[in-house]
Design a protein around this ligand. Structure first.
Ligand code: FAD
Length: 300
C-alpha cells in the first residue's frame, strides 16, 4: 500500500499537518520517536489557549484530536532510511519495516549542541533557556546570565535586554564580540566575562551562581544559552534538499522543497523564532501544499 503522505516527525509541525491531511481525507502515516527538543522543559509558553501547558500534555491532546480521523496512522518508531523508489518514497524504520508514500513531509525538528560546561544540562529547561519569547516572561527583571560561544552573542544580548537589563554575558573562553560591541555593552552597564566557566551552581534546576576559572563567581537567577542547532535527522542531505546559510530547509509558502514530492515544516526550516505555534502553522501550510499537489495530479 502506498499512503498519500508520510510525515516524519510528530511534533507540532508534523501533528498539525496530520490533522489537516486527515481532514482532507488523505491517507497519512506519522513516524515519530518522541524525542522533541523541548522535552527538557516543564512548561510551554506562547501558544494561544495552551499557554503554560506541559510538552507531553500538548502532544497527548494533539493525538486525541487526530484520532478522530481514521485515515491517519501513528507509527511510534524512528525512521532510519528515506529514498525515492520509482514513483514513491520508501521509508525504512529502525525495526526494519518498510513503508511507501507518494509524498514526504520532513518535520523532524532540530537537535542542539549545548556549550560544554559542567552542570549545564541540570539547569537547561528549568532556569536556563534558549529563547526569550518562550521563557523571557518567567525570568523578567531578574539578574540573568547569557552564555554564548557563538557569533550571534550580541544579537541574543539585545533580545534578552527587553526582558531584563541586569545581564551578565559569558563567552566561556571564546572571543565572539567586536570592540564596538564590547563598548556598547559597557555603556549599557552589562558586564562581559570571557573567562572559562568551570561550574554552574544551584538547587533543583534553579541556577544560583556562575563560577569562572580565574575571575571568581557571580550570582544569577537564570538566563539564556546559545546552542548550535543542527537538523535532527539526515534526510535533507540524503534527498538533496536545498538549505539556507543556517542549514534550514528552503521551502515555498506551502512547504514545498526543491525536490518534487518532498515538503518540510517546523524547526527544520530554521526560521526564527522557533516556537510551537509557528511550527504548527507551518505544518498546516505544508499539508495544504501536499493536498493541493496530489489533487492537481489526480484531477488531470
Ligand atoms: C528548552 C526549550 C524550551 C522551549 N520552550 C518553548 C516554549 O515555551 N514555547 C514555544 O512555542 N516553543 C518552545 N520551544 C521551541 C519548540 O520546542 C520548537 O519550536 C517546536 O517543538 C518545533 O516543533 P517541530 O514539530 O518542528 O519539532 P519537534 O517538536 O522537535 O518535533 C520533531 C519530532 O520529530 C521526531 N524525529 C526526529 N527525527 C526522527 C526520525 N528519524 N524518525 C522519527 N521521528 C523523528 C523527534 O523525536 C520529535 O518528536 C522550546 C525549545 C527548547 C529547546
Amino acid at each position: 500500500m502506498i499512503v498519500d503522505c508520510a510525515i516524519l516527525g510528530g511534533g507540532p509541525a508534523g501533528l498539525n499537518a496530520a490533522l489537516v491531511l486527515g481532514r482532507a481525507k488523505r491517507s497519512v502515516m506519522v513516524f515519530d520517536d518522541n524525542r522533541p527538543r523541548n522535552a527538557v522543559t516543564q512548561e510551554t509558553h506562547g501558544f494561544l489557549t495552551r499557554d503554560g501547558i506541559k510538552p507531553h500534555e500538548f502532544r497527548a491532546l494533539a493525538h486525541q484530536e487526530i484520532s478522530r480521523y481514521p485515515s491517519v496512522n501513528m507509527q511510534p518508531v524512528r525512521v532510519i532510511g528515506l529514498r525515492r523508489a520509482d514513483n514513491a518514497f520508501e521509508i525504512t524504520t529502525e525495526k526494519g519495516d518498510r513503508f511507501f508514500a507518494q509524498t514526504v513531509l520532513l518535520a523532524t525538528g532540530l537537535k542542539e549542541i549545548l556549550p560544554t560546561i559542567a552542570g549545564l544540562p541540570d539547569y537547561y529547561g528549568k532556569s536556563l533557556f534558549s529563547c526569550p519569547y518562550c521563557d523571557g516572561w518567567e525570568l523578567r527583571d531578574q539578574p540573568l546570565v547569557i552564555i554564548s560561544e557563538r557569533p550571534q552573542t550580541f544579537h541574543l544580548v539585545k533580545a534578552v535586554w527587553n526582558w531584563s537589563h541586569d545581564l551578565l554575558v559569558c563567552t566561556n573562553g571564546h572571543q565572539v564580540l567586536t570592540k564596538e560591541q564590547h563598548d556598547l555593552l559597557r555603556q549599557k552597564g552589562i558586564e562581559v566575562v570571557e573567562d572559562r566557566i568551570t561550574a554552574l551552581l544551584g538547587k533543583q534546576g534553579q541556577l544560583e551562581r556562575v563560577v569562572f576559572a580565574t575571575q571568581g563567581e557571580r550570582e544569577r537567577r537564570g538566563g539564556f544559552v546559545a546552542s548550535q542547532l543542527l537538523q535532527a535527522s539526515p534526510f535533507t542531505e540524503e534527498l538533496g534538499c536545498q538549505l539556507n546559510a543556517m542549514g534550514g530547509i528552503i521551502t515555498d509558502p506551502l512547504g514545498r522543497t526543491n525536490i518534487p514530492g518532498v515538503y518540510a515544516a517546523g524547526d527544520t526550516l530554521l526560521a526564527v523564532p522557533h516556537q510551537l505555534i509557528i511550527a504548527a502553522a507551518g505544518g498546516s501550510s505544508a499539508a495544504a501544499g501536499v493536498n493541493a499537489d496530489l489533487t492537481e495530479r489526480e484531477f488531470l
